[in-house]
Design a protein around this ligand. Structure first.
Ligand code: MG
Ligand code: MG
Length: 246
């Protein structure tokens, strides 16, 4: 699906709300704070900006953001978990403005974290930007995943296979999917007006995942740390335009 300039402008506004949710939750995520409190902080941003949540009630998801600490990869439900010094925390936020969606995630250290945790966060963010570089008209979609995988594996980390990025627009999850690895073929040709959420999930240990009994929380099978970064990006005539930055 290709979006016109007016549609991309609306997605940019949704993306700015998401960026504000990031800023607010990052500032609030300190030792002693619960992930439920972070959910309330994000909800307040949505209300103040007159935006809607695309996560709340999505297939029954019960919250406004996803909060995934330490070995949790994605889709953690905010709740009673109390952040502790040395945790890493992935926060995934989304917003709808005038029917158009934004979706972005980041991982942060809570207080001081181990050198390994800090390196995981740095490498995962770097892998996202390496992927974004390939969102250019005339390119092929799966070059994104190839670049993500190269950065992650060069650092000795692994890339999650079961959960991937996606096209985005008037729904949060549209086709096609955006793998974070080379799936064996170059995939769809990229055209100006296409918009994607690229979201590498990178593990310190193996790539295997496990779904917890709540039906949402995904953790690493080996219990090692995982990080997650995501942006919503439009393919434009002038190159990739990241919509979920301030
Ligand atoms: Mg997301
Ligand atoms: Mg997403």
């Amino acid at each position: 699906m290709r979006r016109n300039g007016g549609e991309i402008a609306k997605m940019r506004r949704a993306g700015q709300v998401v960026a504000e949710m990031h800023e607010a939750t990052r500032a609030a995520a300190k030792p002693g704070v619960t992930t439920a409190q972070l959910d309330a902080v994000a909800r307040e941003v949505l209300e103040r900006r007159g935006a809607k949540s695309n996560f709340l009630h999505y297939r029954g998801f019960p919250a406004t953001i996803c909060t995934s600490p330490n070995d949790m990869i994605v889709h953690g439900i905010p709740g009673a978990y109390v952040l502790a010094e040395g945790d890493i925390l992935s926060i995934d936020c989304g917003a709808i403005v005038e029917g158009y969606h934004g979706d972005a995630a980041f991982t942060m250290g809570v207080g001081d974290v181990s050198p390994l945790a800090a390196r995981l966060i740095e490498v995962t963010e770097k892998s996202l930007w390496a992927g974004i570089e390939h969102l250019r008209a005339g390119g092929r979609l799966h070059e994104v995943g190839r670049a993500v995988q190269e950065v992650a594996e060069a650092a000795g980390f692994s890339v999650v296979r079961e959960y991937v990025g996606h096209a985005i627009g008037t729904a949060m999850h549209e086709e096609p999917q955006v793998p974070n690895y080379w799936p064996g073929n170059p995939g769809p040709a990229l055209k100006a007006g296409m918009v994607f959420a690229v979201e590498p999930m990178v593990n310190v240990g193996g790539a295997a995942t496990r779904l917890l009994e709540d039906g949402w929380s995904v953790v690493t099978a080996d219990g090692a740390l995982s990080a997650h970064f995501e942006h919503t990006i439009a393919v434009t005539a002038d190159g990739p335009q990241v919509l979920t930055v301030p």
